[in-house]
Design a protein around this ligand. Structure first.
Ligand code: SF4
Ligand code: SF4
Length: 399
């Protein structure tokens, strides 16, 4: 069992990556900085050798017989894999089979944003893909308190994630209306159990920088041994839920260091990695020195559609209120698409969504702009609309 991480920031910093030594050959490279980029389709004969090469790069003995391994895909909601919202089941199946072949005890878990775990497994194709394999499929339910460092202190993280001998992080390449992209680092936020997720969204509030810090510190605490990001079918536009648009990128990216993986994906998408707050914070906090050694080809996707984002909210509450009201995007509902299913008001951490027979209503004065409602709406009925002043401001400050 891995020891529970109970120390402070200083203890977490002990996990920082080794300084790279200029390599002579690929095998000399620090495995923590190596990132694989593969061109892939969802074809088992293509995915299997790629996944095997990536995982074998960790060397013999990193998975041994009897080891307890937790596989954590992105299972945000019950959605067909062709929507680009969840990690494709073929990738999870391939990783699970690899681990079983090594004699590991394998568990696949997540804490979906909406829908029962059983429904998520059925609708995403995981149930069928993992049928017959000796794997435990269970949602995260129990938490342990883990000190992830200041300013958050002790927070509840899924017990299985902290107690597994190894965690394999299977993320999805998606846009995110609050964080720009959700990749390897953000996927570990799913280790916060159930309704505690929106609670933490609320505590981190409208301050994206604070939320990014929370994501980085959770990633460091869980410390997955390997991260694979499924960008074969990615999601662009107003992700990470049904308001986003699936986009065939044919990319499978993996490495032992989730920060290096995320940074590489930014480069592939033509985005300066400093714009991904989790990536820039990880460097500032000393968790990652920025080194990447790429195994594969970098071909820039120059027309990837990123979501509209607003400035960070900082300073006194009166200023935040002004930002929220006049500058930040607000959730709006398309009444023609809304089926009054209730997912949005159930998840809203600020409890500011009311409803009647005519539709859904938001109390914008109290809405913290966490965009959880966008994320979970199964009908893509909620989108983010920027107030006029926000649009004018961006027009003024952008070239
Ligand atoms: S806006 Fe979406 S999540 Fe909310 S009630 Fe309507 S359909 Fe359901
Ligand atoms: S209305 Fe939507 S964006 Fe506003 S606090 Fe609730 S879930 Fe978050």
């Amino acid at each position: 069992m891995r020891p529970l991480l109970t120390g402070s920031v200083a203890a977490i910093r002990a996990l920082r990556w080794r300084s790279p030594i200029r390599p002579q050959t690929l095998s000399d490279w620090d495995p923590m900085s190596r990132v694989f980029i593969k061109k892939a389709t969802y074809d088992p004969s293509i995915i299997r050798p790629m996944v095997t090469e990536m995982l074998d790069s960790m060397g013999p003995g990193w998975i041994t017989s009897g080891m307890r391994v937790l596989v954590k895909p992105n299972l945000l909601q019950p959605a067909d894999p062709d929507k680009g919202i969840v990690t494709h089941p073929l990738i999870c199946q391939t990783v699970v089979q690899y681990l079983l072949d090594k004699g590991a005890q394998v568990q696949v878990s997540d804490s979906p944003g909406m829908g029962s775990f059983r429904k998520v497994l059925a609708d995403t194709g995981y149930k069928a893909a993992l049928e017959g394999l000796n794997v435990t499929l269970t949602p995260f339910e129990r938490s342990v308190e883990v000190d992830i460092g200041e300013p958050f202190g002790r927070i509840p993280i899924a017990q299985e994630a902290m107690e597994a001998d190894r965690v394999i992080n299977l993320a999805k390449l998606k846009t995110h209306a609050q964080m720009y992209l959700t990749l390897g680092i953000k996927n570990m936020f799913g280790c916060i159990v159930g309704l505690r997720k929106p609670e933490w969204h609320m505590r981190a509030g409208v301050d994206r920088l604070m939320f990014a810090r929370l994501l980085v510190q959770i990633y460091q605490a869980v410390a997955p041994a390997f991260t694979i990001v499924d960008g074969v079918l990615a999601l662009e536009g107003q992700g990470p839920g049904r308001s986003g648009k699936p986009r065939q990128l044919g990319l499978l990216v993996g490495g032992a260091n989730g920060h290096a993986v995320d940074k590489t994906i930014c480069t592939l998408l033509g985005l300066d990695p400093s714009q991904l707050l989790t990536a820039s914070l990880a460097r500032q906090m000393g968790f990652y020195d920025g080194t990447v050694h790429v195994n594969g080809d970098i071909q820039i996707v120059d027309d990837f559609l990123f979501p509209e984002l607003n400035s960070l909210s900082m300073g006194p509450e009166s200023f935040n209120r002004f930002m929220r009201k006049y500058l930040l995007q607000k959730p709006v509902v398309d009444e023609k698409k809304c089926k009054l299913c209730g997912e949005c008001w159930k998840i809203c951490p600020a409890k500011v969504i009311t409803h009647n027979v005519k539709g859904v209503h938001f109390d914008y004065d109290r809405c913290i702009r966490c965009y959880c409602c966008l994320e979970v709406c199964p009908y893509g009925a909620i989108s983010a609309k920027e107030p006029l002043l926000g649009r004018i401001r961006r027009g003024l400050i952008r070239p």
